[in-house]
Design a protein around this ligand. Structure first.
Ligand code: S3P
Length: 450
C-alpha cells in the first residue's frame, strides 16, 4: 500500500558461520500472475505457496476491486473465483499497487481492453517509475491513459471499447511489458503478437498455456515471436507456486561470503530465464551445487547448497542481464567480498527499478569502504578480497527491498556493522527475511530510536 509507514532502521552485524536450511517464500512473479489469471478464469483457482508479501497482497486486493472473489484460506493458500476474460468490473475506487511495478503494469495491461476506467497509484517509489513503456503499446489496442509527466502515476486508464489486435516489438527487455501486452491481447479478437529481441522471464507464456490459452513462441533471428489468440476461455487451475530464485539469492550469497557457512536452500525454480545469478556465481568460483535436480510443473527445480567460497571477480556478459536482472544488488555485495573487479555490463534497466539500483548500491558500497565505478549502463565493483569490507556505515534503501536485503547480507560479512535507514521495504517480497536469516545464525537487529 502507498501508506507512509515510519522507517524501520535495521543493523546487521558480523556473523559466525551461517548453517542450516533456508525455506524461502513463493515466487513473486508467479504469485502476481496466479492471482490475475485466476481472476480472468472461469471457476475456482486454488493456489498454494503464494508469496504473502505486500506487493502480492496489493494485487489480491486489486483483483477484488475488479470483481473477482479472492479469499485466503490458510498460510499461502488462496482461492480465486474468476470473472472470465472480459469480465472485469469497473473499480469503485483508486487502485493502490503500493511498491509493485509488476502488479500495476500487469493489471493495467489486463484492464486495457475492457470498457472500464480505473485510476492507479502507488508509493513514492512506484509513482516515480516510468509507465510509458506500458501505456504506449496499450494505446495501440485503443486504451487511453492520463498520467503525470512521463506517464507516471497516479494514472487513469480508459479501456478500449473495441480493442484491435497489436503486433508489437518491445523496445526494452522487460517481462512486464511483454506480459502487459499479452494480457491486453486476451480480451482482443484476433492475434496479438509480441516480439522480444532478448528473452525475458517466460512465466506469463507458460501460465497462459496452462490456463488453456492458445499461445506459441517461435525463436527467430529477430528474437522470440509470441503469438496469442484472443478471447480464450481460461479454465481455473490448481497452482503450486515454486519458491523464488530471487529470494533464494540472499541466503545463497550470504553463505558464500560468511566464513565457514554451509546453507541448503530447497525447492528453487531454475527456469533458465531466471537462473543467471547462479551461473555467474559458479564462474566466480562459488561452491554452489544443485542437489536433487528434478522437474516440477514443467520447470526445472533443485535444492541449492552454498558453502563459503574463495571468490574472484569476473565480467558478467550483457546478454545475461535479463536472466538475473533483480540479482545485481546482491551480486555487487558478493563482488565487494571477492578478489579483483566484477564488471557488470548492460545493466541500465537497474536505473528504473524500485530505486536507481546502480546508484543505490554504488553509494552504499562506497560508504562501506568499497571502490566502485559506474556509467549509465555499467557497474564495476572492486572487491576487497582477504582485506575484507570495512562496513560501519548506514546505507539508504530508497524504498527498495532488494537494496535493503543486499546491505543486510553485507553486514553479515563486513568487519563492522552495516545499518539501513529503513528496512521496512523487505516486507514487500520477503516478509520472513529477518527470522529466516536469524535461524541460520545471522544477527540483524532493529535499533530502538531515542
Ligand atoms: C518481473 C519482471 C522484471 C523484474 C520484476 C518482476 C515480472 O521487471 O525486475 O521484479 O514479474 O515480470 P522488468 O520486466 O521491468 O525487467
Amino acid at each position: 500500500m502507498s501508506g507512509h509507514a515510519a522507517p524501520i532502521p535495521m543493523t546487521s552485524q558480523k556473523s559466525g558461520p551461517l548453517k542450516g536450511v533456508a525455506d524461502v517464500p513463493g515466487d513473486k512473479s508467479i504469485s502476481h500472475r496466479s492471482l490475475i489469471l485466476g481472476a480472468l478464469s472461469v471457476g475456482q483457482t486454488a493456489i498454494t505457496g503464494l508469496l504473502e508479501g505486500q506487493d502480492v497482497l496489493d494485487t489480491a486486493r486489486a483483483m477484488t476491486a475488479f470483481g473477482a472473489n479472492v479469499e485466503r484460506i490458510g498460510a499461502g493458500a488462496w482461492q480465486v473465483n474468476g470473472v472470465g476474460v472480459g469480465g472485469f468490473a469497473e473499480p469503485e475506487n483508486v487502485i493502490d499497487c503500493g511498491n509493485a511495478g509488476t502488479g500495476v503494469r500487469l493489471i493495467m495491461g489486463t484492464m486495457a481492453t475492457s470498457p472500464i476506467t480505473a485510476t492507479f497509484t502507488g508509493d513514492a517509489s512506484l509513482r516515480s517509475r516510468p509507465m510509458g513503456r506500458i501505456t504506449d503499446p496499450l494505446a495501440l489496442f485503443g486504451a487511453l491513459s492520463f498520467g503525470r509527466k512521463g506517464g507516471r502515476l497516479p494514472l487513469t486508464m480508459v479501456g478500449a471499447k473495441k480493442p484491435v489486435p497489436v503486433r508489437y516489438t518491445s523496445p526494452v527487455a522487460s517481462a512486464q511489458v511483454k506480459s502487459a501486452v499479452l494480457f491486453a491481447g486476451l480480451n482482443t479478437i484476433g492475434e496479438t503478437v509480441l516480439i522480444e529481441a532478448e528473452a525475458t522471464r517466460d512465466h506469463t507464456e507458460r501460465m497462459l498455456a496452462g490456463f488453456g490459452a492458445d499461445i506459441t513462441t517461435e525463436a527467430t533471428n529477430k528474437g522470440n515471436v509470441i503469438t496469442l489468440k484472443g478471447q480464450p476461455e481460461l479454465q481455473a487451475q490448481n497452482i503450486n507456486v515454486p519458491r523464488d530464485p530471487s529470494s533464494a539469492a540472499f541466503p545463497v550469497c550470504a553463505a558464500l561470503i560468511v566464513e565457514g557457512s554451509d546453507v541448503l536452500v530447497p525447492n528453487i525454480g531454475l527456469n533458465p530465464t531466471r537462473a543467471g545469478l547462479f551461473t555467474t556465481l559458479i564462474e566466480m568460483g562459488a561452491d554452489l551445487s544443485y542437489e536433487n535436480m528434478r522437474s516440477e510443473g514443467g520447470e526445472p527445480v533443485a535444492d541449492l547448497r552454498a558453502r563459503f567460497s574463495d571468490l574472484t571477480g569476473i565480467e558478467v556478459p550483457a546478454e545475461r542481464a535479463a536472466s538475473m536482472i533483480d540479482e545485481y544488488p546482491i551480486l555487487s555485495v558478493v563482488a565487494a567480498c571477492a578478489n579483483g573487479a566484477t564488471i557488470m555490463r548492460g545493466v541500465k534497466e537497474l536505473r528504473v527499478k524500485e530505486s536507481d539500483r546502480i546508484d543505490a548500491m554504488a553509494r552504499g558500497l562506497e560508504a562501506c569502504g568499497v571502490r566502485v565505478e559506474e556509467d549509465e549502463d555499467t557497474l564495476i565493483v572492486h572487491g576487497m578480497g582477504a582485506a575484507g569490507v570495512p562496513g560501519g556505515a548506514t546505507c539508504k534503501t530508497h524504498l527498495d527491498h532488494r537494496i535493503a536485503m543486499s546491505f543486510l547480507c553485507l553486514g553479515m560479512a563486513a568487519q563492522n556493522p552495516v545499518s539501513l535507514d529503513d528496512g521496512g521495504p523487505v516486507a514487500t517480497s520477503f516478509p520472513i527475511f529477518e527470522t529466516l536469516m536469524a535461524g541460520l545464525g545471522a544477527r540483524i537487529t532493529r535499533p530502538v530510536g531515542d
